[in-house]
Design a binder for this molecule. Structure first.
Ligand SMILES: N[C@@H](CCC(=O)N[C@@H](CS)C(=O)NCC(=O)O)C(=O)O
Length: 234
């Protein structure tokens, strides 16, 4: 049995975890959670991911021993795996907090803003000029912050880390976010360097074997994905 069960779909938050697992060389099994068909609401998935979102993991060999440990939220999973393996997160106080700041910058900033950007540019049926501009501008600002940060260093914080792994999958769809990497040369250089890593290639080829199109957007999937209210939480 693989050490880690990964509950996953082929979206940016899912890629973060395959990037880590491929880099660290941990044995893992992917359990696809087809978001288009409502697998995120299956009771067995909700037991480990109560927010009905991917990714989530179950670790069958926790470092302290004992019962398997489940973790949801991509940032928490990356932190858990980094602490488990001692990889991609420095141990010293200063190095560690540098990485954590940028990890939280991604989960609290770039992820939600680029996510809304995707929603209003690609998925909303009607045009919403105000919302589209708002999220495109905010994505643009965040890209500029990242570009500046990368102006004098190879990676976001020290060596390649869980912060880079959290950010990279949200830059991959830059065109669909209305962004141009030609405008941010340091970000562009970082992006190409991560793209060329063998572990990145392996992670994305695993995704391609599961689904070429993360969201299919037919009537059924639109209803599942875009009409969720508190009534879905049982
Ligand atoms: N803050 C969460 C966000 C997770 C998230 O939004 N996952 C999306 C896919 S990228 C999802 O599962 N969506 C399912 C749905 O909307 O029903 C994390 O970082 O893990």
């Amino acid at each position: 049995m693989a050490m880690i069960d990964l509950y996953y779909w082929t979206t940016p938050n899912g890629h973060k975890i395959t990037l880590f697992l491929e880099e660290a060389g941990l044995l893992y099994t992917i359990h696809p959670v087809d978001l288009n068909r409502g697998d995120q609401f299956k009771p067995e998935f909700l037991k480990i991911s109560p927010n009905n979102r991917i990714p989530a993991i179950v670790d069958h060999a926790p470092s302290e021993g004992g019962a398997p440990v489940s973790v949801f939220e991509s940032g928490a999973i990356l932190l858990y795996l980094a602490e488990k393996t001692g990889k991609f997160l420095p141990r010293d106080l200063r190095g560690r907090i540098e990485v954590l700041q940028w990890l939280f910058w991604q989960v609290g900033g770039l992820g939600p803003m680029a996510g809304q950007n995707h929603h209003f540019r690609q998925y909303a049926r009607e045009q919403h000029k105000y919302a589209t501009e708002r999220y495109e501008n905010e994505t643009n600002r965040l890209y500029a912050v990242l570009n500046k940060r990368l102006g004098d260093r190879a990676f976001v914080a020290g060596d390649y880390s869980i912060a880079d792994m959290a950010i990279y999958p949200w830059i991959v769809p830059y065109e669909r976010q209305g962004q141009r990497l030609a405008d941010t040369p340091h970000l562009n250089r970082w992006f190409e360097a991560i793209k060329a890593r063998p572990a990145t290639e392996r992670a994305y080829s695993r995704a391609a074997n599961i689904s070429k199109t993360p969201l299919v957007l037919d009537e059924e999937s639109r209803k599942i994905l875009f009409s969720q209210t508190g009534a879905y939480v049982r």
